[in-house]
Ligand binder design. Structure first.
Ligand SMILES: O=C(CO)[C@@H](O)[C@H](O)COP(=O)(O)O
Length: 220
């Protein structure tokens, strides 16, 4: 069975105690780092210097999600900082194929994200340039929102296209992932799950990660 990956989002963590918050999720697969610029989304989080510092202390690889304008300019710097994967938004990249190649050349997995209302079909021919397609399951910008079931058909269409072309890329989903919603996303074809509130909002983050794995149908 495919290994399902749980990547907790530090958007829901205590930013004043980030190092300890990273240790709380050491049983996860990667730490999801939400970079927001208050332009592409109406929220502001952290940028390159803090990501570089997280990279130094994190027990887990970094899965960086850039919710920023001018992704072409900034994304390669996150790859050079050592992030395992860097995901830019299709809506924010002028030259997504060139950018995906630059990320890979810098040693990172290349991810591309789609807002809930952005179709995947215009990007079908470039799926081979990507290691990960992130289907946003809420509008990007804030944690704690409800999972949008309207994104499930897009996940299914992407999974069909990936299977049909025998491509190695994975589908990540982000937003509203809980014990109640994760199986729907997994059944549609997602294998990487970003979870903020449902992990960091729990008293026992490790138990919450195990519960998500098991709700998605993965044995402990
Ligand atoms: O990128 C985002 C929001 O834009 C996410 O990573 C959220 O941080 C997920 O939080 P929850 O919906 O799991 O609380």
């Amino acid at each position: 069975m495919t290994h399902l990956r749980i990547n907790p989002s530090i958007l829901a963590a205590d930013f004043v105690n980030l190092e300890a918050e990273l240790q709380r999720i050491a049983s996860a697969d990667a730490v999801h780092v939400d970079v927001m610029d208050n332009h592409f989304v109406p929220n502001l989080t952290l940028g390159l210097p803090i990501v570089q510092r997280i990279q130094q202390v994190s027990p887990l690889p970094l899965d960086v999600h850039l919710m920023i304008e001018d992704a072409d300019r900034w994304a390669p710097q996150y790859a050079e900082a050592g992030a395992a994967s860097v995901t830019f938004h299709a809506e924010a990249a002028a030259a997504p194929v060139k950018l995906a190649r630059e990320l890979r050349d810098a040693g990172a997995k290349a991810g591309m994200a789609l807002r809930p209302a952005t179709p995947m079909e215009p990007y079908l021919d470039m799926l081979g340039e990507l290691d990960m397609l992130l289907v946003m399951t809420v509008e990007p910008g804030f944690g704690g929102q409800s999972f949008l079931d309207l994104t499930l058909p897009k996940i299914r269409r992407a999974a069909d296209a990936i299977r049909g072309a025998a491509l190695p890329l994975v589908i990540q989903v982000d937003g509203g992932i809980t014990e109640e919603t994760i199986l729907r996303a997994a059944d549609a074809g997602a294998t990487v799950f970003v979870a903020g509130s449902s992990v960091y909002g729990a008293d026992d983050a490790a138990a919450a990660i195990t519960a998500l794995r098991s709700a998605a149908g993965q044995d402990a």
